[in-house]
Design a protein around this ligand. Structure first.
Ligand code: NAP
Ligand code: GFB
Length: 327
């Protein structure tokens, strides 16, 4: 474990949040703007691909020269659910490798004090013991459904260690489990399971048709509410001084089956129709149970939003923003 006891920064941070218009970025913006997540004099800048295509080194450099961040929360990525990953492994690899290398190398060249990047619990070895912890990232090949995305994400950890070893750079990463919440990608073909089920249940309710849950419903997942992740992300930026990554997830005991997650969506939307399981569709990884013991050692009292409440808030947001939601 590499722990840096650096003197805490005196002048206020100027934080660049890449991927600032996505699910996680919008949650961090909400916490910063509405929950007093920012401190006196700090500047928080939330950017999207409209500000710079981060797959392009020149555009990345231009963004950093314009914004001159002291800190970076790096979220920007090509992101998708199981089915998009199964279709586009090469693009997930290439796009994310370019984005990540441009961000880290530019942050190094521009003397950024700290970068916090984003891995995922789906990048761990497929054949593994449980619960998974931070030491196991490179212990074997990831699940075949998303090897492109997984290997690209694992390289962030390799790069973080290399920038520290060669230049002493404070580049670290968090490892969120499945995230959901307002501003999610509700596109059924490309998105993740919870926004997909919310979108499908909403349409089924309107059309009086059955809700189609893909797969057997038996796989298990730990879901973290985007607003909880955002609160933890801001703590990591301010207080976490390790180069090694940290898992940000609810506990193993909060893991639910896809069937139970679907039932939660059905309750939240008041769906009364039939629920059917399309077992011709893939199940993906059966489980990727992660331990949050390291997080608990730092933050023993952090309270996660109860899953049913988080699902209800997400459903209410989707219904209220149906016209403009990504779908
Ligand atoms: P998202 O909703 O799909 O948002 C992706 C963000 O990245 C958007 O702001 C997008 O901007 C930006 N982006 C994509 N390609 C870009 C490019 N070439 N140049 C500049 N910006 C680009 O993703 P998310 O769910 O918030 O994920 C955020 C981070 O969390 C990602 O690193 C992801 O791997 C990680 N993560 C997500 C989950 C999950 O379940 N969602 C789980 C674990 C880890 P545009 O809108 O302009 O394209
Ligand atoms: O969120 P998800 O697409 O990705 O969940 P993963 C897939 C699981 O949910 C499978 C079932 O068991 C699917 O059969 N499922 C049921 C559905 N109905 C649906 C639906 O309408 N849409 C979707 N998408 N699934 C991803 C990785 O794995 O985890 C990504 O592939 C990413 O790289 C993400 O890291 C966090 O949880 O299986």
């Amino acid at each position: 474990m590499i722990v840096l006891q650096m003197e805490k920064r005196v002048e206020p941070m100027r934080v660049l949040v890449t991927g600032g218009t996505g699910l996680v970025g919008r949650a961090i913006e909400h916490v910063v703007r509405e929950e007093g997540g920012a401190r006196e004099g700090e500047e928080w800048i939330f950017v999207s691909s409209k500000d710079a295509n981060l797959m392009d080194a020149k555009e990345t450099r231009g963004l950093f020269e314009k914004r001159r961040p002291s800190h970076v929360i790096h979220l920007a990525a090509m992101v998708g659910g199981l089915f998009r990953n199964m279709r586009e492994n090469l693009d997930f690899w290439r796009n994310n490798i370019h984005i990540n290398d441009n961000i880290l190398q530019t942050a190094h060249e521009m003397g950024v004090a700290k970068v916090v990047s984003c891995l995922s619990t789906c990048i761990f070895p497929d054949k593994t013991t449980y619960p998974i912890d931070e030491t196991m990232i490179h212990n074997g090949p990831p699940h075949n459904s998303n090897f492109g995305y997984s290997y690209a994400k694992r390289m962030i950890d390799v790069q973080n260690r290399a920038y520290f070893q060669q230049y002493g750079r404070r580049f670290t990463a968090v490892i969120p489990t499945n995230v959901f919440g307002p501003h999610d990608n509700f596109n059924v073909a490309d998105g993740h399971v919870l926004p997909g089920l919310i979108h499908k249940a909403y349409v089924a309710h309107k059309e009086g048709t059955p809700l189609q849950v893909w797969g057997s419903g038996t796989p298990r997942r730990q879901f973290i509410y985007s607003l909880d992740l955002a609160r933890l992300f801001i703590w990591v930026l301010r207080e976490y001084d390790e180069i090694d990554p940290i898992i940000l997830s609810v506990g193993e005991e909060d893991e639910v089956s896809i069937k139970e997650a679907a039932e939660c969506v059905v309750d939240a939307l008041g769906f009364k129709g039939q629920v059917v399981f399309d077992t011709t569709k893939a199940d993906g990884q059966f489980k990727k149970t992660a331990s949050n013991a390291k997080l608990r050692r730092y933050l023993p009292d952090f309270k996660f939003t109860p899953f049913p409440q988080a699902v209800k808030e997400t459903c209410d947001w989707f219904v209220a923003n149906y016209k403009t939601a990504r779908k």
